[in-house]
Design a protein around this ligand. Structure first.
Ligand code: COA
Length: 260
């Protein structure tokens, strides 16, 4: 399906999504968020799509945040509604059951950093910059940045970044665990795709349930989370994928997973 503000392409099971407002550093206005909501739904529900890779158009920015022009017009109730809408879109992506990789090609600020954090893996180009600069504008993150950032990097570092509004470079983002890998800019898409295709070569049901175990388990006590994990571990024993994966190992051959 064509999108007004996104470039969307599916190649060999991977959905490539490029936020396409380079003249505004790919800022997330209401149209981008509406398109993104729809593309996330397509990723979640189209059986041909097995994973997704998200990036930004142009050499400068992944996404430089929510569109400040839109924010300038909002009152308390539509402001809250905008935050809830954006949070729901990112949560749908995070829980869509398929791996999503962010290829961060420049500024990932505010909503851009929040969107990247809702992806399962983040690969950054060497020129990427990250930050939650909302306090400079007299606001706070609204797409769950105050929740995901401390879960990723710890409370102390999240407080420092969110309270100072400072930007950090890709190496610092890697050091604190905000990104998984830093690569040269000209290798970003190739390395991100390679990483995603590596995940797609694994058992798809196992990948889906591993994401679910980590996502849900982080909100549980250790005992609850461990029981949840054991239930999913047991559930996978009913899958053809488990039989295939274990047999392939024992027979010393590559596994052929079907996602059943
Ligand atoms: N919302 C709306 N427009 C934005 C934007 C945003 N979040 N970020 C950048 N833009 C626009 C600029 O207004 C400018 O538009 P113009 O050419 O029509 O004036 C264009 O994108 C290019 O940005 P510019 O500021 O000229 O680039 P720069 O290289 O000098 O600075 C940034 C880059 C990222 C440091 C700067 O654009 C910036 O601080 N952006 C806002 C980041 C932010 O606070 N995000 C959180 C929002 S909640």
């Amino acid at each position: 399906m064509p999108y007004e503000t996104l470039i969307f392409d599916v190649r060999d099971g991977v959905a490539f999504v490029t936020v396409n407002r380079p003249d505004k550093l790919n800022a997330l206005n209401d149209q981008v968020m509406a398109d993104f909501r729809d593309v996330v739904e397509e990723i979640a529900t189209d059986a041909e799509i097995r994973g997704a890779l998200i990036t930004g158009a142009g050499p400068k920015a992944f996404i430089a945040g929510a569109d400040i022009g839109d924010l300038a017009k909002q009152g308390p109730f539509d402001g809250k509604a905008r935050a809830l809408r954006g949070q729901a879109v990112l949560r749908r992506m995070e829980t869509c059951g398929k791996p999503v990789v962010a290829a961060v090609n420049g500024f990932a600020l505010g909503g851009g950093c929040e969107l990247a954090m809702a992806c399962h893996v983040r690969v950054a180009s060497e020129n990427a910059k990250f930050g939650q600069p909302e306090v400079k504008l007299g606001i706070i993150p609204g797409y769950a940045g105050t929740q995901r950032l401390p879960r990723l990097v710890g409370k102390g570092r999240a407080l420092q970044l969110i309270l100072s509004g400072e930007l950090i470079d890709a190496q610092e983002a890697y050091r604190i665990g905000l990104v998984n890998k830093v690569v040269p800019a000209d290798r970003l898409m190739a390395e991100s795709e390679q990483l995603l295709r590596g995940i797609l070569a694994m058992g798809p049901l196992a990948v889906r349930l591993a994401i679910e175990a980590i996502d849900q388990g982080l909100e549980m006590t250790l005992d609850e989370g461990s029981l949840f994990e054991a239930n999913l571990f047991g559930l996978l024993a009913s899958s053809q994928d488990m039989k295939e994966g274990l047999s392939a190992f024992l027979e010393k051959r590559p596994a052929k997973f079907t996602g059943r």
